[in-house]
Design a protein around this ligand. Structure first.
Ligand SMILES: [Cu+2]
Length: 665
C-alpha cells in the first residue's frame, strides 16, 4: 500500500477507533443500569462493540507500523503520544472490562454495586475513548515535530477528562470534587504550555532573517546599463519593456468571460522574448483602480497616509534566478507597487529557457485573475527547431484555457498549422495553482527542457503522459508528421496541430520526470541539511490559531528561516505528511532532484517540484545567489494559508517587512 493510502486509512481509523470506544462505553453504561433481562442483551452488544474496538485499535497499530516504514516524520506524534494514549487503556479495557461485560451477558450483572461496576467496567472504556480522541488532537495540533508544549497540552486535557470521569462515575458525591480535579489538570496544562518550548527540528541555524544586520537585499540589484553607469564600452543589447497593470475583460470563445487584472490590457501579459546575454529592463506601472478594482476589494492592509490603497502589484520572474533585489516579492525584496507608482526591474538574461512572470502581491488572488505573462530567453545560438511556440495553461474561474504565443486565451480546441517535417518546440507553462497531466499524441516527442533547463539525454516518448507541477514548464520537441498532433491538458483536448482529424489522446503511463534524461553528477557531500515537513494542522497564522498549511508544524510568518552561507551545498528533504499536493518553489535557485521516496533521480534542476501526499523528496540547493528569498508552495491558496517562509543567506538582511500593505501570498 502506498504511503498516501496509509495516511488516508490512518485518518479514517483515527475516527473509527474513537467512535468505537466511545460507543462501547456508552452501551456498557446503559446496560449496567438496565434490569437484568434487558441488561443482558445490552451488555452483549457492548461486549461485541468492545471486541470490534480492540480489533480496530490493533489495525491502527499496524497502519502506524506501515507508515513508520516511510520515515519517522510520518509517525513521530503517533508513536510517542497518540498510540500509547489509546493502546494502554485499550489493553486495560481488554483485560478488565471485556471479561466483566461477558460475565454480564450471562447474569445481567457485572458484580458489585452499580456505581462500582460503572467505575470498573466503563471507566477504562471511556479513558480509551479519550485517548483515541487525544490521538486525533495530536495529529491536528502537533503533527511534526512533537513539541513539549503541544504534548503537555494534550496530556493535560486527557488527564483532566479522565479525572473528572472517575469522580462522576463514583458513588454520588459532591460534584465539587470532580471540578477540583479538573481545575488541577487545567492548571497543570497552563504551566506546561508556559514552560513548554519546542524540540529542535533540524540541523540548520534558524532565526528570522538576520535581524537587520549585514548587506541589505536592496543592494543586490541587477546590472545597470552601460549608459547609466554600467560597464563602459560594453556593446550590450538592452531590451526595454513596460508592463502596465490595468483592468481588462477576458472574453472566452465558449461565451464565458471574466473581469481580469492584466498587464497592458491583455491576459496573459505580453510574451517577453529576449536573447541570451541581453540586459532586460522592465518598467512596471500600476494603473489598477485606487480602490477595489473591478469590484474586488484589496485584501492588503494599506498604511494610512501612504498612497498604497487598491491592489498593489510586483513582478516575480518565476524560475528565472535574478539577483535578489529584482525578485519582486513584496515585504522581502521591495514594497508593493501601488496604483500610480512605478518600479524598474533589471537583470541579465544569461540562462536560456522558458520562464514566466507574475505579480507576487496577494498572489493567490492576482495570478488567477490574470497578472501574469511569459518570458522566453532564446539561446545565443539558435535552437534547432524552426517552429517555436509558447503555450500558457490558465484557468479562469472553472474554465481551463490555452493561450498560444500570448494570444487571447481559448477554452475551446486551439488549432495550429505547422509545415510537415518541421522540428517544433512547444513551451508549455502551467500558470495554474494545480498540477496538470499533459498528453501529446500523433508523434513521438521529447521533453527537451524542464523548468527552463535543457534535459541531457532526453529520449523519445510515444503516447506517454506528463505530470506538470503548478508553475512548472516543459519544452516538448517533435518533428511535425504528415498527420495531426494533439496536445491534451487533463482530459481536455487543447491544441490540435494540422487537423481536421483528431488523433486519440495520449493514454500511456505518466513519465517519472525525476528519472528522465541522463543521470547528472550529483553532489556527494553537503555543508548543511534541512527538512521541511509539510502538513495541514492547527497553527498560529495572522495572529490567530487556524487550520493552516504548515512547514514543521508552523505557518507563515512563524516558520523559522533556514539560513545558509554563500557557496554551501544544502540538502533539503521535503516530506509531505498531509493529503494535499504541494508544488514547492524556492525562489532564486533551481534545485537538483536527488531522490524521490528513496529512489535516486537523474538530478534534473527544477524550480517547482510537486511533492504528493506521502512523498519524500531530497533536493540539493547550491547557495550561489545571495539574498533573502521567498520559499513557498505554488498552490497559491496553500501559500496564503501559511505555507511560505524565507530562505536567507548569512550576512544579508531585508529592510522590507509586512508593513505598508505588503502581502506576498
Ligand atoms: Cu501546497
Amino acid at each position: 500500500m502506498t504511503t498516501a493510502r496509509l495516511i488516508a486509512l490512518d485518518q479514517i481509523l483515527f475516527v473509527l477507533v474513537a467512535a468505537a470506544w466511545a460507543a462501547t462505553a456508552g452501551i456498557a453504561l446503559t446496560g449496567l443500569r438496565q434490569p437484568a433481562a434487558a441488561g443482558r442483551r445490552t451488555l452483549l452488544i457492548a461486549a461485541a462493540s468492545c471486541a470490534a474496538a480492540i480489533v480496530m485499535t490493533a489495525l491502527r497499530v499496524a497502519v502506524t507500523a506501515g507508515l513508520a516504514g516511510a520515515g519517522w516524520w510520518f509517525v513521530a506524534e503517533k508513536v510517542t503520544l497518540a498510540l500509547p494514549l489509546v493502546v494502554v487503556p485499550a489493553l486495560v479495557s481488554a483485560a478488565v472490562s471485556l471479561p466483566r461485560l461477558l460475565r454480564g451477558t450471562a447474569t445481567g450483572s457485572t458484580g458489585g454495586s452499580t456505581a462500582g461496576s460503572a467505575r470498573v467496567v466503563a471507566f477504562p472504556l471511556l479513558v480509551t475513548a479519550y485517548g483515541a480522541v487525544a490521538g486525533i488532537a495530536c495529529g491536528v495540533v502537533i503533527s511534526y515535530p512533537v513539541t513539549t508544549g503541544g504534548a503537555a497540552a494534550v496530556l493535560a486535557l486527557f488527564a483532566a477528562a479522565s479525572a473528572v470521569t472517575w469522580r462522576l462515575l463514583g458513588p454520588a458525591r459532591s460534584p465539587r470534587h470532580a471540578w477540583q480535579a479538573a481545575g488541577t489538570c487545567v492548571l497543570a496544562l497552563a504551566l506546561a504550555l508556559t514552560i513548554g518550548g519546542g524540540w529542535p527540528s533540524g540541523h540548520l541555524h534558524t532565526g528570522h532573517d538576520t535581524g537587520g544586520r549585514g548587506v541589505s537585499v536592496d543592494l543586490l540589484r541587477g546590472p545597470a546599463p552601460a549608459s547609466a553607469g554600467g560597464p563602459a564600452g560594453a556593446r550590450e543589447r538592452i531590451r526595454r519593456f513596460t508592463l502596465t497593470a490595468q483592468p481588462a475583460t477576458v472574453r472566452l470563445p465558449s461565451g464565458g468571460g471574466a473581469e481580469a487584472w492584466s498587464f497592458n490590457g491583455q491576459v496573459p501579459g505580453p510574451v517577453l522574448r529576449v536573447r541570451q546575454g541581453d540586459l532586460v529592463e522592465v518598467v512596471l506601472r500600476n494603473r489598477l483602480p485606487v480602490q477595489g478594482g473591478s469590484g474586488q476589494e484589496n485584501t492588503g492592509q494599506p498604511n494610512p497616509g501612504q498612497p498604497n490603497t487598491g491592489q498593489g502589484v510586483t513582478i516575480h520572474w518565476h524560475g528565472y534566478d535574478v539577483p535578489a533585489a529584482e525578485d519582486g516579492v513584496p515585504g522581502v525584496t521591495q514594497d508593493a507597487v501601488w496604483p500610480g507608482q512605478t518600479h524598474v526591474y533589471r537583470f541579465r538574461a544569461e540562462d536560456a529557457g522558458t520562464y514566466w512572470y507574475h505579480s507576487h502581491q496577494n498572489s493567490s488572488v492576482a495570478v488567477p485573475r490574470g497578472l501574469f505573462g511569459l518570458l522566453v530567453v532564446d539561446p545565443a545560438t539558435p535552437v534547432p527547431e524552426s517552429e517555436d511556440h509558447v503555450l500558457a495553461l490558465h484557468t479562469f474561474g472553472s474554465r481551463p484555457t490555452l493561450s498560444v504565443d500570448g494570444a487571447a486565451p481559448s477554452d475551446l480546441l486551439t488549432r495550429l498549422a505547422l509545415p510537415p517535417g518541421a522540428r517544433t518546440r512547444l513551451r508549455v507553462v502551467n500558470t495554474d495553482t494545480q498540477p496538470v497531466v499533459l498528453g501529446l499524441s500523433g508523434a513521438p516527442y521529447r521533453i527537451a527542457a524542464v523548468d527552463g533547463g535543457d534535459v541531457p539525454g532526453a529520449t523519445d516518448l510515444d503516447g506517454a503522459r506528463l505530470h506538470l507541477a503548478a508553475g512548472g514548464r516543459y519544452d516538448l520537441t517533435f518533428t511535425v508528421p504528415s498527420g495531426p498532433v494533439l496536445l491534451t491538458a487533463g482530459d481536455r483536448p487543447t491544441l490540435l496541430v494540422n487537423g481536421p482529424a483528431t488523433p486519440p489522446p495520449a493514454a500511456g503511463p505518466v513519465v517519472d520526470i525525476t528519472r528522465y534524461g541522463t543521470p547528472a553528477v550529483l553532489p556527494a557531500r553537503f555543508d548543511r541539511e534541512t527538512t521541511w515537513v509539510l502538513d495541514k494542522t492547527l497553527a498560529v497564522s495572522g495572529g490567530l490559531p487556524r487550520l493552516a498549511q504548515t512547514v514543521n508544524g508552523k505557518a507563515w510568518p512563524n516558520i523559522p528561516t533556514p539560513v545558509v552561507r554563500q557557496g554551501e551545498t544544502v540538502r533539503i528533504r521535503v516530506v509531505n505528511r498531509g493529503t494535499d499536493t504541494h508544488p514547492m518553489h524556492p525562489h532564486g535557485h533551481h534545485v537538483r532532484i536527488l531522490s524521490r521516496n528513496g529512489v535516486p533521480a537523474t538530478g534534473l534542476p527544477m524550480d517547482t517540484f510537486d511533492v504528493a501526499p506521502g512523498e519524500v523528496w531530497e533536493v540539493a540547493l547550491v547557495a550561489d545567489n545571495p539574498g533573502v528569498w521567498m520559499s513557498h508552495c505554488h498552490d497559491l491558496a496553500h501559500a496564503a494559508q501559511g505555507m511560505e517562509f524565507h530562505l536567507a543567506y548569512e550576512g544579508v538582511s531585508t529592510p522590507y517587512d509586512m508593513a505598508n500593505g505588503n502581502h506576498p501570498a
